[in-house]
Ligand binder design. Sequence first.
Ligand SMILES: [Zn+2]
Length: 188
Amino acid sequence: MGTSCDDGTHELYLASVVRGGRGASCRGLGADAQVEITHASDGRELPPWQQWRCPVGEVMRFAVMCDCAGPDASKRPKSTVLKRWDRVLDPRDEDLQQGRLYLAPGGTAMDASKRLDVQTAMRRCWAEHLAPLEKTAQLQAAWTQHRQALADVDDAVHAARTAGLSWVDVGHATGMTRQSARERWGTS
Ligand SMILES: [Zn+2]
């Protein structure tokens, strides 16, 4: 349906917003097309028996969405609204920066999201959304490495002591005084 990031945990797409809900997929073509409404206005996903269809002519707004899967792959992804565009019916009224997107009667969000300028604007929102998450992931990875390295040092000190090295030797190898080395690892 949309564009996925490298590891597939985020999916970018354009949803159609109507009175009472929103949806991302369409049935039918042209003016007869209908949007499948899968989410309520508050973002809650509707159970299948509460989903409904709405003529594309009733689409009043668009939402740039990301479905974000957390670290737990068994959970459903969380839908995040990255940007909203009001639909305008006169191309002269369009201004993507100001939140106005032109779509001809009978057009669908799919048609709009094929436009290069719309794709560029969507990807800009997505990059802003992903950047802090990437930094968080980098920090977590660095912290995990750091903890592993500390555990490796503990193991190496234990092995060195077992092999008969003194606290002076351990301190020398780790850039500490004998006393600091002993306080740190003396109980292990
Ligand atoms: Zn996301």
